[in-house]
Design a protein around this ligand. Structure first.
Ligand code: SF4
Ligand code: SF4
Length: 287
């Protein structure tokens, strides 16, 4: 929705624009992409953007997982959600870019009461591009989010964009270290075991099948943490088999243990527990 609000704002500012998201088979908290094109001429290209002028990174931990600056044009710019200054970021070997940073998660929590950073990041983006002014972005955000979520949410999201714009730091980020993309592996039909379930395996150094989420340290994305009240647990195992990141270990006695390297705080385990033995506590904790 933020990419669409940006496209709306670009049209208001007299440009042509398009915006569209790209989702895989993700669940809440997994990496997703959205693209926007802005031009003074009519836009006829419909593909994804492979050589962007500007990349907006909603979670700085993605720099460790994906070469997010891949394809960034010479002179391209970055907007990153991080409390770090641009000079403190590692953005991948051979890359240097004028970058705006802001702690969009903290701003979103303050203004929206939820860690949804997309509109704050539109504010950060406005610090490193001059096609669309922040005032026009705020109008578009207020209208689009207001239509969908109500006037109060529209205003709160516009305020989130402004606060991030106002507080963003602009500098130059660079990279010294190569960031390798995890190699994708898909089984051919004859590699699929009967019943189409996949065993855990390491192929070409890449974890595949159940447990492959091991390579994604999704614990970095957490903003709330499950707290396990063992004395209430009836060992029904529902949390264990419902966790999308296999972040809950089943112990020999059928009690549970959480692995906070991978728990991304989605809250599914707490929702599904029939006896309220799991509380979601705000913040990043390791008990
Ligand atoms: S342990 Fe619970 S909160 Fe953490 S990822 Fe799994 S289901 Fe989500
Ligand atoms: S869902 Fe609740 S009761 Fe069931 S095993 Fe998990 S914590 Fe225990």
């Amino acid at each position: 929705m933020a990419a669409q609000a940006l496209a709306d704002a670009a049209v208001r500012a007299g440009h042509h624009a398009q915006a569209f998201p790209y989702f895989g088979a993700e669940r809440r908290g997994a990496p997703v992409q959205a693209f926007a094109r802005i031009d003074s001429r009519k836009i006829r290209v419909k593909s994804q953007v492979y050589e962007p002028d500007l990349v907006v990174v909603l979670d700085a931990s993605l720099f460790e997982l994906e070469p997010v600056t891949e394809g960034l044009k010479e002179g391209g710019r970055l907007a990153v959600n991080t409390p770090l200054r641009p000079e403190e970021l590692e953005i991948g070997e051979g890359t240097e870019a004028v970058t705006a940073t802001a702690d969009a998660t903290a701003i979103a929590l303050q203004t929206l009461k939820v860690p949804i950073v997309n509109t704050a990041m539109l504010g950060v983006l406005c610090r490193v591009q001059d096609l669309v002014p922040i005032e026009t972005v705020m109008e578009a955000v207020q209208e689009r989010f207001g239509e969908k979520l109500g006037a109060i949410a529209g205003r709160a999201n516009a305020s989130s964009a402004w606060k991030a714009y106002d507080g963003a730091v602009v500098g130059v980020a660079s990279g010294k270290r190569r960031i390798a993309r995890a190699k994708e592996w898909r089984p051919a039909w004859h590699e699929m075991p009967a019943g189409t379930s996949l065993p855990s395996a390491t192929i070409d150094g890449v974890e595949v099948g159940p447990g492959s989420a091991r390579t994604n340290l999704t614990g970095e994305w957490r903003w709330s943490t499950p707290f396990y009240k063992k004395d209430r647990c009836i060992r029904c195992l529902r949390c264990w088999w419902s966790c999308p990141d296999a972040a809950i270990d089943r112990l020999d006695d059928d009690y549970m243990r959480w692995n906070f390297d991978y728990c991304k705080g989605c809250g599914i385990c707490a929702d599904i527990c029939p006896v309220s033995a799991i509380d979601m506590i705000k913040g990043v904790h390791r008990w």
